[in-house]
Design a protein around this ligand. Structure first.
Ligand SMILES: *[C@@H]1O[C@H](CO)[C@@H](O)[C@H](O)[C@H]1NC(C)=O
Ligand SMILES: *[C@@H]1O[C@H](CO)[C@@H](O)[C@H](O)[C@H]1NC(C)=O
Length: 218
């Protein structure tokens, strides 16, 4: 038996060790990811909330009304950014997340309307409801859905958004950003960069107030 040292294999191993982190380092995007709710930046002392949502996730849907209410309650004292985080076990999650990135480029103020529309009608895009549909017809269906939300004049722009590699890239960047932050489910929240305890289950209005009130008064 030959237990001799295979120097070329070891060399390749070390080469991998040296270059692996470089290869895996995602390219730094030119823009920050996320959809700002209202004003882009609040006062310096404002509390910053980040929410990672999957547009076809029922728990994301259920958490949104109370989060929206709490952010509106605090006004300029709280800022909110939503990031898309398409979960692999939701079949149409990436395409519906991409729709949000497409719309954000076409009319940024309509992004949250579309997010709410997805939340209101997400059953239509669940894996089970689209099980017999081709990918192309699901995308067509999403295009029609988004067009209903934005207006008929946007049809061709929305359609071509789905073949534009930039919107694909933006949706990937959002996902990678979530991975870098340690997001592993949705909804997932951060306050001032720190993960909110109890993430993964819907936080109600009362709970949000309990968490944010002491931060605001300090
Ligand atoms: C953009 O979206 C907002 C909110 O839905 C709407 O009020 C506005 O008219 C839209 N702008 C255009 C150019 O369609
Ligand atoms: C998909 O198609 C098969 C065969 O036509 C049918 O038996 C099944 O019920 C369909 N499933 C759904 C979710 O529509």
């Amino acid at each position: 038996m030959d237990f001799g040292c295979d120097s070329s294999r070891i060399f390749r191993f070390f080469l991998l060790l040296i270059f692996f982190p470089i290869i895996c380092q995602p390219q730094i995007p030119a823009e920050q990811d996320g959809f700002w709710f209202g004003k882009r930046q609040g006062p310096e002392e404002s509390i910053h909330v980040e929410a990672f949502f999957d547009p076809v996730c029922p728990d994301s849907r259920d958490s949104w009304p109370d989060l929206k209410k709490v952010v509106q309650y605090y006004g300029s004292r709280v800022t909110l950014v939503v990031h898309t985080f398409p979960l692999p076990y939701h079949d149409n999650s990436f395409a519906s997340s991409r729709a949000l990135h497409i719309v954000n480029k076409l009319n940024a103020t309509a992004t949250y309307n579309l997010l709410e529309a997805f939340f209101d009608h997400q059953e239509r895009f669940y894996g089970a409801s689209t099980f017999n549909m081709s990918r192309a017809s699901v995308v067509d269906d999403i295009v029609m859905f988004v067009t209903d939300e934005l207006g008929a004049s946007f049809l061709s722009a929305i359609k071509s958004g789905f073949t534009d590699s930039k919107t694909d890239h933006a949706t990937r960047v959002a996902f990678k950003y979530g991975c870098l932050r340690g997001v592993y489910g949705t909804p997932f929240f951060f306050i001032n960069g720190f993960p909110v305890p109890d993430a993964g289950s819907p936080l109600n209005y009362k709970k949000w107030r309990e968490i944010i009130d002491p931060l605001v008064t300090n």
